[in-house]
Design a protein around this ligand. Structure first.
Ligand code: FAD
Length: 299
């Protein structure tokens, strides 16, 4: 039996594993290789101390190497369920099962789908949820970014900077994203259409235009959907972990405890007040310390 299992090999999970090992606990990580860490989608991180500029994927590569250098095992297996027994937690994956004394969940979140006519039909044919992955295919073309948060704004900036002609469509007159990211998108030259939303995505074989809710249309070759996140927590429901209406795991105090003993949760999958790497890393260190206290100091 492992002392600590971490679910999630993104920024939070890897940091939790690093700290858990640092506290002397036998630790392993399960990561679903099919679901990228949200940070891998960041083209440029400039708000993490010591890095003036680093891409999300480079940041994660460095962190993964650091974790592996400490001899921590990372299994690229998808966790499909967990079971709590009096003295242990069983973690079921697509390949088998493993037992542990303490579980730290850092399963993050994924893109919210818009449910628009044409969205599914044109997926991979102009509809995308990841600007860094698919943006380079549309250099020199008209593209639409849909959303008004930091993700939408950073997508607009990135796409404009790689020479796409960006129109950002957002249903409200104000953005949810930061002033800083708004300024960056404006400076890059992205065009804003505010107070309107997308109703349909149309084309023949590939995306050709979007129809807005006022009946107007915008010709484009791609639509980048960035309208929020849904937590990757569905597999933890059956064990009774308390979540809010949207499925984010409820954290009750500053020690990252869930309502179930010996199960902690951190990062974007939780009701954290700020979904940013720096916060997730701090929560990871605290959860690892709680594991240490429980396993080594409480007897
Ligand atoms: C476009 C974009 C730009 C961003 N830019 C910044 C920025 O500049 N600065 C900043 O601080 N933050 C930024 N963020 C936010 C940051 O990415 C997140 O706050 C951070 O990644 C959260 O870490 P996490 O560990 O909670 O989740 P993630 O890093 O998303 O990791 C979750 C991991 O869990 C794994 N997983 C999920 N379900 C399972 C399962 N069932 N079994 C096994 N593994 C599973 C996934 O494979 C994934 O690797 C950005 C986010 C986006 C989308």
């Amino acid at each position: 039996m492992k002392e600590v299992i971490v679910i999630g090999g993104g920024v939070g999970g890897l940091t939790a594993a690093l700290f858990s090992k640092w506290f002397g606990l036998e630790t392993m990580v399960f990561n679903d290789s099919e679901k990228p860490s949200q940070l891998a989608l960041a083209t440029e991180i400039d708000n993490f101390p010591t890095y003036e500029k680093i891409s999300g994927s480079e940041f994660l590569d460095k962190l993964k190497k650091q974790v592996e250098n400490h001899g921590i095992e990372i299994k690229q297996d998808n966790v499909v369920g967990i079971k709590k027994e009096s003295d242990k937690i069983i973690v079921y994956t697509n390949k088998g099962e493993e037992e542990c004394k303490i579980l730290i969940i850092s399963s993050g979140a994924e893109h919210r789908k818009g449910g628009l006519p044409g969205e599914q039909e044109f997926l991979g044919k102009g509809v995308s949820y990841c600007a860094t992955c698919d943006g380079p295919f549309f250099k020199g073309k008209d593209v639409v970014v849909w959303g008004g948060g930091d993700t939408a704004l950073t997508y607009a900036t990135y796409l404009q900077n790689i020479n796409c002609k960006v129109t950002l469509v957002h249903r409200r007159k104000e953005f949810r994203g930061s002033e800083f990211n708004q300024e960056k998108a404006k400076e890059a030259g992205a065009k804003f259409v505010l107070g309107k939303t997308l109703k349909e995505i149309k084309g023949e074989k590939f995306v050709e235009k979007v129809i807005l809710d006022d009946g107007s249309e915008i010709k484009c070759s791609a639509v980048f959907v960035a309208i929020g996140e849904v937590p990757s927590t569905a597999v933890f429901k059956q064990v009774g972990i308390e979540m809010n209406k949207s499925g984010f795991i409820i954290i009750r105090d500053r020690t990252q405890k869930t309502n179930i003993e010996s199960i902690y949760a951190i990062g974007d999958a939780t009701t954290t007040p700020l979904r940013q790497a720096i916060v997730t890393c701090g929560e990871a260190a605290v959860a690892a310390q709680e594991a240490y206290k429980k396993l080594r100091l409480e007897k």
